[in-house]
Design a protein around this ligand. Structure first.
Ligand SMILES: *Cc1c(COP(=O)(O)O)cnc(C)c1O
Length: 436
């Protein structure tokens, strides 16, 4: 009999593959996935944070069942439906006042960022956008056009895009220096090649996740916000991966001490179902009717799932839980550090944690990183890597991860690191897994 992974390879287009090991699952519950052979895999990725409440969460199941048992259409393009309206009301109630205008609903972080990028230019008449080198804002033409991640090298960028360095304390000589350098770069741009009055919006990730889980220095974004306010530039916080409780606060931008004008949600919003949202001032988000839509946007099933997710995050105070378990996870990782030369830096907020693996003189340990996630999978742990050098382990588990599960995960990671460091994992095992 052919295994599921082989059937997948024979039938599904590899264009959407981002594979690190031969994972093929048939079910899941909570923080665990189950594979064909009945193996239980502890999932520290939660499908890149999309399964924010873990797998098969009862609140999401119930909400989806209900929505489908009396289906209020499949779209909100040409008529209102209750779940979409309730979701919009809910989102408006949780964002800062300056952003609480209108809600645009989409399927993915990509379509939401793309829509915001188009809307800010069209509505303000300003042709430019600033975003960060290493930023990942999506995989559609318009969202790739404002991204700076090297995995998208060769993809055309928006004509008005300027990419600026994201301050990286680990690589740029500490937080103050990293921050000062990045701000000086902005000042130079604004004094010359990029007139600030031509800039419509500044897109930021409150933690640069796919770029390497880089936590910005304290106060950096306060200075960016001050500049943006001075020149009337809209601040867009891309909360797709680290928002909605994951960072230990409801919004990741709360750690930055700023109040964005536009906030983009995705991934975890749907708890595993495809839904995204962009929330911002009516002057932008109501730019023009029929400006940006896809047929089943605002579909009541996904909106119901999102409502259940937001309800659960609030009722169970999962932001606080994420802060607590994240602290536990990070403490355990710090304890590992002394016995593993590969571990260079541990950083993150709440349950958005990155572990940068390095060799001598902080050289990115790209091959070792691929082997570590492969070996961890063999030992029963699912986690992937990110980073512009493909050398940062990323942990974005279920917001309901328990302290015990965190401890189990770190035990497995400990063994995986040791096996790779001791040369017990052959180069060829990762040959078929390109990752990114
Ligand atoms: C994943 C991600 C996106 C894109 O979301 P998709 O659901 O893949 O379209 C956008 N921004 C950030 C910060 C992300 O992590």
């Amino acid at each position: 009999m052919t295994g599921l992974y082989e059937r997948d390879a024979r039938t599904l287009s590899s264009m959407s593959f981002l594979r690190f090991f031969p994972q093929a699952v048939t079910g899941g519950e909570g923080s665990y996935l189950f594979d064909e052979g009945g193996r239980r895999l502890l999932d520290l990725s939660a499908s890149w944070g999309a399964a924010s409440l873990g797998h098969s969460h009862p609140a999401v199941r119930l909400a989806v069942d209900r929505a489908l048992s009396n289906q209020a259409g499949a779209s909100h393009l040409s008529g209102a439906n209750l779940p979409a309206v309730e979701l919009a009301e809910r989102l408006l109630s949780i964002v800062p006042e300056r952003a609480a205008g209108r809600v645009w609903l989409g399927h993915s972080g990509s379509d939401a960022n793309e829509t915001v990028a188009r809307a800010v230019i069209a509505a303000t008449g300003r042709p430019r956008i600033i975003a960060f080198k290493g930023a990942y804002h999506g995989g559609t033409v318009g969202s790739m056009a404002i991204s700076g991640h090297p995995a998208q090298e060769g993809v055309p960028k928006a004509g008005g895009l300027t990419l600026v360095p994201y301050p990286n304390a680990y690589r740029d000589g500490g937080p103050e220096q990293a921050s000062a350098r990045a701000l000086a770069h902005l000042d130079e741009l604004f004094a010359g090649p990029v007139p600030p009055e031509e800039v419509a919006a500044f897109f930021l990730e409150p933690i640069q996740s796919d770029g390497g889980m880089i936590v910005p220095p304290l106060d950096f974004f306060r200075s960016v916000e001050t500049l943006c306010h001075r020149y009337g530039i809209l601040v867009v916080s891309d909360e797709v991966k680290v928002g909605l409780g994951r960072s230990g606060r409801l919004h990741a931008f709360e750690h930055l001490g700023i109040e964005p004008d536009i906030i983009v949600f995705g991934k975890g919003l749907g708890g595993g179902l495809p839904i995204s949202a962009a929330v911002g001032p009516a002057a932008i988000m109501n730019h023009r009717a029929a400006f940006s839509f896809q047929t089943v946007h605002g579909n009541p099933v996904c909106a119901s799932a999102a409502l259940a997710v937001l309800d659960t995050i609030e009722r169970q105070d999962l932001a606080t839980h994420a802060a607590r378990v994240g602290h536990h996870l990070t403490t355990l990782l710090e304890e590992l550090k002394s016995s593993h030369p590969l571990v260079g830096d541990i950083r993150g907020r709440g349950l958005a944690v990155g572990v940068e693996l390095v060799g001598d003189a902080k050289a990115p340990a790209r091959r070792e990183t691929a082997k570590v996630v492969y070996r961890a999978f063999e030992l029963g742990l699912v986690l992937y890597y990110v980073g512009i050098n493909s050398n940062v382990l990323e942990m974005t588990p279920s917001l309901l991860l328990s302290a015990e599960e965190a401890a189990t995960a770190i035990e497995i990671l400990d063994r995986a690191l040791a096996d790779v460091e001791a040369g017990r994992v052959a180069d060829n095992v990762v040959a078929g897994f390109a990752g990114w």
